[in-house]
Design a protein around this ligand. Structure first.
Ligand SMILES: [Fe+2]
Length: 165
């Protein structure tokens, strides 16, 4: 009896280093994203740049004080880079401590699956960033600080990036 072997049609997921390389490469080619930059004072703006094999690529824009809430990306690993302006990231460390980082143009951050962070524009000017997720984003869980670490607030199904709860 023979066994039929079916190759998987699903593209292989990219790891954090590959995603970081991807956003860095896209950032270096403004012709791929610059025409999609828009700013919306009513809500944050994002635009899907491409579905790269194994990863989703998005352009996000941030006016001053626009941001997300503490969240994770479910099963997706992510990377992002700032291409204009300045963003602040808050990363939750094991044990619940919060670490703030100011990210200028050219900064690249990776976000392991399940890691909790928050991204916001705390500067006085607009900011633009490019994000990649692999596998494609399907859910985000929102968290808030609690005396013993973090408290889960809600989980939303989404294929759009960095939504607020
Ligand atoms: Fe995020």
């Amino acid at each position: 009896m023979s066994t039929l072997v079916r190759p998987s049609l699903a593209p292989a997921a990219l790891d954090a280093a590959a995603l970081a390389g991807l956003v860095r490469t896209v950032a270096e080619h403004p012709a791929q994203w610059q025409q999609h930059v828009r700013f919306d004072a009513g809500s944050r703006y994002w635009h899907r740049l491409a579905t790269h094999p194994g990863a989703d690529l998005w352009l996000l824009t941030w006016l001053p004080e626009q941001g997300t809430d503490l969240h994770d990306h479910g099963d997706a690993t992510a990377a992002f880079t700032v291409v204009q302006g300045e963003l602040q990231e808050i990363r939750v460390r094991p044990g619940g401590s919060l670490v703030r980082s100011t990210l200028g143009a050219g900064s690249v951050r990776t976000v392991p699956a399940g890691a909790v962070h928050d991204v916001a524009n705390r500067s006085s000017g607009p900011a633009v960033s490019i994000h990649a997720y692999s596998p494609s984003l399907t859910s985000m869980t929102f968290w808030e600080p609690a005396p013993d670490g973090l408290r889960r607030v809600s989980t939303v199904s989404t294929n759009e990036p960095e939504v607020a709860r």
